[in-house]
Each structure stands twice: as structure tokens, then as C-alpha cells.
Design a protein around this ligand. Sequence first.
Ligand code: APR
Length: 236
Amino acid sequence: MNVNKSEKKIVILSGAGISAESGLGTFRDTDGLWEKYDLNEVATIDAWHRNSELVLSFYDARRTQVLASEPNKAHYALAELEKHFNVEIITQNIDDLHERSGSKNVLHLHGEILKGRSVLNDIHLYPINGDIKMGDLTPDGHQMRPHIVWFGEAVPRMLDAEEIMSHCDILIVVGTSLNVYPAAGLRYACPDNSVKFLVDPNNLPLGDQQFEHFQGTATEKIPLLVDKLIQEFKNA
Ligand code: APR
């Protein structure tokens, strides 16, 4: 066992808010993506069948933004945490900012914008760093689509995420409005006796679960929380 590393497992449940300060929009804030686009036209499996070109162009624009963005201090602080704890990140985000900041264990519940897949299945994933157009085919000869979980589709990694969450000693929920299920229900898979933290400028209706609220933005509060956890481990 690495004596410089705690045995405690930290699970991070992240959402669009952690990437907001990297310039990537959230969905439900006042200036959010769903204020500018009708999600029923661009982010559902029915939308894909109805108007694939519109869906492809929506995600081409998201991909261009992600490629032009950089991780922020919150992403880097979470990567630092891995030097002292077993950290697993479960993210609803489709960007690669957690990975680019150095986090190693990242599970994308809603897919990854820099990957594509066949319309037939998500067994093979292909790197995508440009646009996807109608007529772009995967090696199996079928239309390429973004590797994104659309509304109306199953969340394939949900069981893996629940398994990770069930062994959590410390939970950090950052940058998610906890509006979208099943992801929003993951916090209930976390053991009752785990220590829970919320990082968000807003209060969230967390009901019966006790969270310590670091109220503020991710770049302001995640580094402070990471320092607190590392200091507590070193002084233990
Ligand atoms: N730092 C931290 N949190 C922030 C910041 C910030 N700088 N800015 C906004 N937030 C918070 C908001 O207060 C809100 O609680 O981030 C959260 C963003 O919530 P949403 O926009 O609903 O994003 P998210 O919860 O990730 O959405 C979940 O919805 O549309 C689907 O698939 C999409 O994965 C997405 C899912």
C-alpha cells in the first residue's frame, strides 16, 4: 500500500458547472444552452431520426468549443487530489477537460463529444476532432454519430457508476443541478456514513442527505476543498 496515499475513496459527481469557467455553457443557468436551443430538436433520439443534420451541426458546434477550451483550476485541483486519495470521477460532461487536466479515472455517463460511434451500436468508438456529416461512415459501413447519450436513450455506464458510488467514503458533487435522472439519483447509491460536499454557487434541494456546501464557483471552491481534504489526511 502506498503510505503516502489515503485508503479513503473519493467520488466526484460533476456536471456542466465545473466547465463553465472554461467557457463551456451550462444547460439550465439563465444563459444556458437550453435557453438558446430546444433540447427536443437537438438532444433526443427522436430529434436524430427527425433531423440528423441539425443534431450533427449542434454537436459539431459543441465539439469546436471543447477543442478551443482549456481545463480550469477546478479540474487541475481534482487531478491533484489523485496523488493523495483513490479518486473516481463520474461526470455528466461530454468534454475531455477532466482528462486533459490529468485525472485518470473518469467515467462519462452521457458520452464524449470527441468520440463517434456507429448508429448500430456503441461497441467501437472512434476519435473525432472535426465535424461529423451525413454520409460519414464507420468501418462497418453505417452512419457515424456522436458518442453522446441522448434523452430517450439508456445510460449504458449507469451500473458501473452505481458500483463506484457504493464504495464512496467522500462524495463531492460539483456543477450539476441534479435535474437529470438517472445521473441525479447516483448520490443515493453513496453510503449513508460517507462525508458529502456540494460545490455550487446555488443551493440545491438535497432533501435528507447532509452535504457541507462550499457555496461558490468551482475554480474558487474546489481548490479550497481539495486543500482541506489533503491537510486532514496529512494530519490524521
Ligand atoms: N461553478 C460551479 N457550479 C456552477 C458554475 C460554476 N462556475 N456555474 C454554474 N454552476 C452550477 C449551476 O448552479 C447548476 O447547479 O452548475 C449547475 C449546472 O446545471 P445544469 O446546467 O443543469 O447542468 P448539468 O447538471 O450538468 O446537466 C445535466 O443535462 O442536458 C443534460 O446531458 C445534459 O449532462 C447534462 C445533464
